[in-house]
Design a protein around this ligand. Structure first.
Ligand code: GYE
Length: 311
């Protein structure tokens, strides 16, 4: 069957699938790797003609990019949504124009949003957050310190992004089961290195004498935070146990250097899956609604043999 009528706009030149991709920004190494993965998969795939747009972490830019794609009559739209809410109107416009939508990496939330996209390819962020908590519990236990008081500083990603919401929720679920764990500082560093450093500086000023654990929702913020901890005269990885997310090459190197203790992998290499799904949708085939990418966890026991990382 043929679900979309893109040929009316003349966009599928030479039988190619025209894919409009709205990337949310370039805030992190993870994001750069994700963009590269999508771009190189598009380039390699003879059936794909991709239009790329970078929203610089602004939802309004993503909304206008999507509207442009609709106007150009693309066959399929892919979007990595910066935050979870506020997508109903624009995605309804895509639906009315018969253009299927693929969500990449992050998820959306709201009334009846499940009808507004055809497929989602990304990570289970709540599970990642739980993994961080479980790793910390095991780590303390191994040192016979399971009942030590933990004063946790928590650096969040972009407020309202599903990667932030899920990780915060998953970690909090585990933290709640430990009466000696206390999250004493919590603020967003917007997934960037600069803001991660700034926020950690503020944490160190107000609670530097107490903080003995840092959970940071991506490696870029963690790199900035490590610098702030050192500048405050503390030893990252020792005075402060550090758990991070993404598992970039910098992250694993920090583990080998003893400055970070665990890194929960988040896999950005979804490019090929996005292309396959776009082609299937254009051909009117049924696709899997939710595809979870494979992810693991790294610490001093396995970091070395998994380096160098692809991002
Ligand atoms: O962890 C972070 C990036 O949504 C999974 O976004 C992604 C997150 C990733 O900025 O580095």
């Amino acid at each position: 069957g043929c679900g979309s009528n893109s040929s009316a706009s003349g966009s599928s030149k030479g039988g190619k699938v025209t894919l409009g991709f709205s990337q949310l920004g370039a805030e992190s190494q993870w994001r750069t790797a994700n963009t590269k993965s999508v771009q190189s998969a598009a380039k390699k795939n003879k059936k794909i003609n991709m239009k790329f747009s970078d929203a610089q972490q602004k939802q309004e830019n993503q909304i206008s990019a999507i509207r442009n794609f609709i106007q150009q009559g693309v066959d399929v739209i892919a979007v990595a949504p910066v935050v979870e809410t506020g997508w109903e109107t624009v995605l309804k416009e895509a639906k009315d124009a018969n253009i299927p939508v693929i969500l990449v990496d992050r998820m959306i939330k709201g009334k009846n949003v499940d009808d507004l996209y055809s497929a989602w390819i990304g990570s289970d962020f709540t599970k990642e957050g739980r993994k961080a908590g479980d790793w910390l519990a095991t780590y303390m236990k191994k040192q016979n310190k399971a009942s030590e008081k933990l004063n946790i500083a928590y650096l969040q990603g972009t407020t309202g992004a599903s990667a932030q919401v899920g990780r915060t929720k998953g970690f909090a679920e585990v933290a709640k089961t430990h009466s000696n764990w206390d999250i004493i500082e919590k603020q967003s560093g917007n997934f960037t290195r600069e803001e991660g450093k700034e926020v950690m500086e503020a944490f160190m000023k107000s609670s530097g004498d107490k903080i003995n654990v840092l959970v940071s929702e991506n490696d870029d913020m963690t790199m900035g935070a490590i610098q702030a901890i050192q500048e405050a005269g503390k030893t990252p990885g020792k005075d402060i146990t550090i758990i991070s997310f993404d598992a970039t090459n910098d992250g694993l190197q920090a583990i080998l250097d003893g400055k970070m203790n665990a890194d929960i992998e988040c896999n950005p290499m979804s490019g090929n899956d996005v292309m396959k799904t776009a082609i299937a949708l254009k051909e009117g085939k049924k696709v899997q609604k939710k595809v979870y990418v494979h992810e693991s966890l790294f610490d001093i026991d396995n970091a070395k043999k998994n380096m160098p990382r692809p991002y």
